[in-house]
Design a protein around this ligand. Structure first.
Ligand code: HSE
Length: 306
């Protein structure tokens, strides 16, 4: 096998209660990438469509992730990378993570899978470091593993896959304004009070427990964030109204997707998700902001060959 085409999924990081440690993989939103071996002993980005992104390998997140993988193998194998972006940069649904995860997944497969998908996370994190100045794993882990991922520890890196209750659906609203992760990280406070920490770890523990017991109501109650959301939500047009509309229409919970501006409503069942999606659409259509709206199941596989 010398060439592979992959679907590289979008992801929702943080999920309110798990800043930098919790993420989930979406099903029908994502990029396509084509990776093929070349005989030049060189890594090249040969084509990018859909977004204006750097073609230089050391400035492109897919490039640096693959460099990290090839260095670990001490390999000089060359590859050509084509990236067809459907996820917009600065959207909050893991655009850079999709590129990094898709690239290392495909290169690893072509090389005969020297690494497990879990081991690829550390290489894909190099893409996040380039994109945002911080090597967080809460987008690349679910992109590579599917489902929900929890980062128990960054040093050493330990990622735990969590169960996916069958009826969960995400409604994602992406107001078409760009918020760079780097910028939205820079406005967060670097310390939290003990009271805030207690609130946060209680909810994170409850969220994980609710995934195991498929307790949808508890999942919803756990989606709170007193640390990051109050600051970041200021950048998101009509955040409070969207929160209210989602809950009034029966969503389990509502929050910021990753570093925003996308927001998510977590719903139980397709019909409730459709109701929430329609209510959000009706509200946002009257505003002066272009937007994209997605309804997605949870993708249990992560990056896949297409
Ligand atoms: N945990 C990261 C952040 C995710 O919120 O900055 C970025 O998508």
């Amino acid at each position: 096998m010398d060439e592979l085409k992959v679907f590289a999924p979008a992801t929702v990081a943080n999920l309110s209660c798990g800043f930098d440690v919790l993420g989930c993989c979406l099903d029908n939103v994502g990029d396509e990438m084509i990776i093929r071996k070349n005989d030049l002993g060189k890594l090249r980005i040969t084509k990018i469509t859909g977004q204006d992104l750097p073609m230089e390998i050391d400035k492109n997140v897919a490039g640096v992730a693959v460099i990290a993988l090839l260095e670990a193998l001490e390999s000089n194998q060359g590859f050509d990378i084509e990236i067809h972006k459907k996820i917009k940069a600065g959207s909050g649904i893991g655009s850079s993570a999709a590129s990094s995860a898709g690239a290392v997944f495909a290169v690893n497969k072509i090389l005969g899978e020297p690494f497990s998908n879990k081991e690829l996370i550390a290489f894909a994190m190099q893409g996040e470091l380039l994109a945002s100045g911080n090597a967080h794993a809460d987008n690349v882990a679910p992109a590579l593993l599917g489902g929900f991922s929890l980062v128990r520890s960054y040093d050493p890196l330990e990622i735990i896959s969590l169960p996916v209750p069958d009826d969960l659906r995400f409604v994602i609203l992406h107001p078409l304004i760009e918020i760079k992760t780097r910028d939205s990280r820079s406005i967060i406070k670097q310390s939290v009070s003990l009271k805030q920490a207690i609130h946060q770890w209680g909810n994170l523990g409850a969220f994980v427990s609710a995934l195991y017991s498929s307790d949808y109501e508890l999942l919803g109650r756990s989606l709170t964030d007193e640390i990051v959301e109050p600051i970041r939500s200021i950048l998101i047009p009509y955040f409070d109204e969207l929160d209210k509309i989602s809950l009034e229409n029966g969503a389990l919970g509502f929050g910021i997707s990753g570093s925003g501006p996308s927001v998510f409503a977590l719903c139980k069942g397709e019909s409730n998700a459709l109701k929430v999606k329609n209510a959000i659409q009706e509200f946002y259509e009257n505003k002066d902001i272009d937007f994209e709206l997605h309804l997605s199941e949870i993708n249990k596989k992560g990056v896949k060959i297409v």
